[in-house]
Design a protein around this ligand. Structure first.
Ligand SMILES: NC(=O)c1ccc[n+]([C@@H]2O[C@H](COP(=O)([O-])OP(=O)(O)OC[C@H]3O[C@@H](n4cnc5c(N)ncnc54)[C@H](OP(=O)(O)O)[C@@H]3O)[C@@H](O)[C@H]2O)c1
Length: 393
C-alpha cells in the first residue's frame, strides 16, 4: 500500500470481527490484512464455518475464536490445536468474544442473533461498526439508549447509512429537509408479479451489483432490505420517518443523499464495493486506501432513478407501517422476515410468500410496548413461532 494511503495516526487499533466468515466479515479482514502494522485482531466469530474461522484465526493471530453453534466446538478446538488461540462456542462465548478489550468491533453477524454480542461491545464503550441492521430494527430505541449510556461510538457500515453519515450535518439537523435512501431494486426489478412468483432461491441470491450473504440478498430482492434500512436510518440519524424517502437507483453508485433546506443535495458516490464503507469505519475518523475501483462517471454514462413500485414490493410498505406503529411492530417484522426468508431459501415457500407471511404475522400479533430487552427476546420468539405457523397456509 502506498505510504500516502496509510492512516496518519500510527497507534495500533485492536479489532474484533463478529461474523468474520461472512461477506462483510471477509471484506473487513481483507482490509485489515492490507495494513498489518495498523490493526491487530482480538476475536473472530462464526456460526458453523469452522474451517474458514480457524484459517482466519491463525492467519491473523487472533486471541479468541468462537462458533455460535455449540456442536462445532470440538471441530474448532481440533482445528486450532497447537496454537494459543482460545476457543469458545455458544451464545455466552459470543458475548465474551465481543466483550474482550478491543478498540473497534465489526458487528456483522446476520439477523437478530447479533443483538446480544453487539450490545456487549456497545456496553464497554467500543467503536462499533454496525453492519447488522437487524439489531436496530428489532430493538432500535434500546440499542441507541445503550450507545448513549456507555458512550460508545456507532458507525454505520450499510453503504446507504455510511453515505448519509458522510454528508449529514449533525451540527444543524434542523436544516435537513429530507434524506433519500437509494435502492438497487434487486434482481427482479423489471419482473412482473407472475414472474416473481416463480423465482428460485438461486435466482434471488444473485444480486446484480453486490456480492452478499444469502439473507440480505433475498431481502434485497423483496426490497425488505430497504424497509429494514428505513428503520435503521430512523434510529441512526435525527430525522423523522416522514423525512426518509426511498428511490430506486439500479446502478448502486449514488449510495444515498441528504437534501438541505437551501436546495443543496449532498450525496456520497462510489463503485459498489463494501470495502469503501467498511474502510471508512475501520480507519474512522481518518481514511485509508482500498482496492475498490475508482468511479468513472464518463464511462458509466448514465445514472437512473425511479419511484419504487409498492405493488410488486409490498415489503417496503410493511416496514414503513411497522416503523409508524412503533413498539414491537418492527421486532415482529424482522423476526417474521427472518423465518420467511429462511423458509424460502429452503424451498418451502414461494418468493411472494415472504412478504405475505410477514404481513400475516404483523396482523396476528398487533403491537405492544418494548420495555426492555427481555421483552424484545419474548416478542422475537413469539413472532418466529407465529410466522412458522403460516407456512403452507
Ligand atoms: N453483505 C453485504 O454487502 C452487506 C451490506 C450491508 C449490510 N449487511 C448486513 O451485514 C450483516 C451480515 O451480512 P453478510 O452478507 O456478511 O452475511 P453472511 O455472509 O451470511 O455472514 C453472516 C455471518 O454471521 C455468522 N452467523 C450466521 N448466523 C449466526 C448465528 N445464529 N449466530 C452467530 N453468528 C452467525 C455467519 O457464520 P457462518 O459463516 O458460520 O454461517 C457469518 O460469519 C447482515 O445484517 C446484513 O444485513 C451486509
Amino acid at each position: 500500500m502506498e505510504a500516502s494511503l496509510l492512516p496518519k495516526n500510527r497507534k495500533i487499533r485492536t479489532v474484533s470481527v463478529l461474523g468474520s466468515t461472512g461477506s462483510i466479515g471477509c471484506n473487513t479482514l481483507d482490509l485489515v490484512g492490507r495494513y498489518p502494522e495498523q490493526y491487530r485482531v482480538v476475536a473472530l466469530t462464526a456460526n458453523r464455518s469452522v474451517r474458514e474461522l480457524a484459517e482466519q484465526a491463525i492467519k491473523f493471530d487472533a486471541k479468541m475464536a468462537v462458533v455460535a453453534d455449540e456442536s462445532c466446538y470440538g471441530a474448532l478446538k481440533e482445528a486450532l490445536s497447537g496454537t494459543n488461540i482460545r476457543v469458545g462456542a455458544g451464545q455466552a462465548a459470543l458475548v465474551e468474544a465481543a466483550s474482550l478489550p478491543s478498540d473497534w468491533v465489526m458487528a456483522s453477524i446476520v439477523g437478530a442473533a447479533g443483538l446480544e454480542p453487539t450490545l456487549s461491545a456497545i456496553r464497554r464503550g467500543a467503536i462499533v461498526a454496525l453492519a447488522n441492521k437487524e439489531c436496530l430494527v428489532c430493538a432500535g430505541d434500546l440499542v441507541m439508549r445503550e450507545v448513549l449510556e456507555h458512550n460508545a461510538t456507532l458507525l454505520p457500515v450499510d453503504s446507504e447509512h455510511n453515505a448519509i453519515f458522510q454528508v449529514f450535518d449533525f451540527e444543524q439537523p434542523e436544516k435537513i429537509s429530507h434524506v433519500t435512501l437509494t435502492a438497487s431494486g434487486g434482481p427482479f426489478y423489471q419482473n412482473s408479479l407472475e414472474e416473481m412468483a416463480k423465482v428460485t432461491p438461486c435466482q434471488a441470491v444473485s444480486h446484480p451489483n453486490w456480492d452478499m450473504g444469502a439473507k440480505i440478498s433475498v431481502d434485497s430482492a423483496t426490497m425488505m432490505n430497504k424497509g429494514l434500512e428505513l428503520i435503521e436510518a430512523y434510529h441512526l440519524f435525527p430525522v423523522s420517518e416522514d423525512k426518509i424517502e426511498i428511490i430506486v437507483h439500479p446502478q448502486s453508485v449514488v449510495h444515498s443523499m441528504v437534501s438541505y433546506v437551501d436546495g443543496s443535495v449532498l450525496a456520497q458516490l462510489g463503485s459498489p464495493d463494501m470495502r469503501t464503507p467498511i474502510s471508512y469505519t475501520l480507519a474512522w475518523p481518518e481514511r485509508i486506501g482500498t482496492p475498490a475501483r475508482q468511479l468513472d462517471l464518463a464511462r458509466l454514462g448514465r445514472l437512473d432513478f425511479f419511484e419504487p413500485d409498492p405493488v410488486r414490493f409490498p415489503a417496503l410498505k410493511l416496514a414503513r407501517e411497522a416503523l409508524q406503529t412503533g413498539g414491537s411492530a418492527p421486532t415482529i417484522l424482522n423476526a417474521a422476515n427472518e423465518i420467511a426468508v429462511h423458509a424460502f431459501l429452503e424451498g418451502k415457500i414461494g418468493f411472494l410468500e415472504i412478504s405475505r407471511i410477514v404481513e400475516k404475522t404483523l396482523d396476528a400479533m398487533g403491537s405492544t410496548d418494548l420495555k426492555c430487552l427481555q421483552t424484545v427476546h419474548e416478542i422475537d420468539r413469539e413472532a418466529r413461532r407465529v410466522s412458522a405457523g403460516f407456512m403452507g397456509n
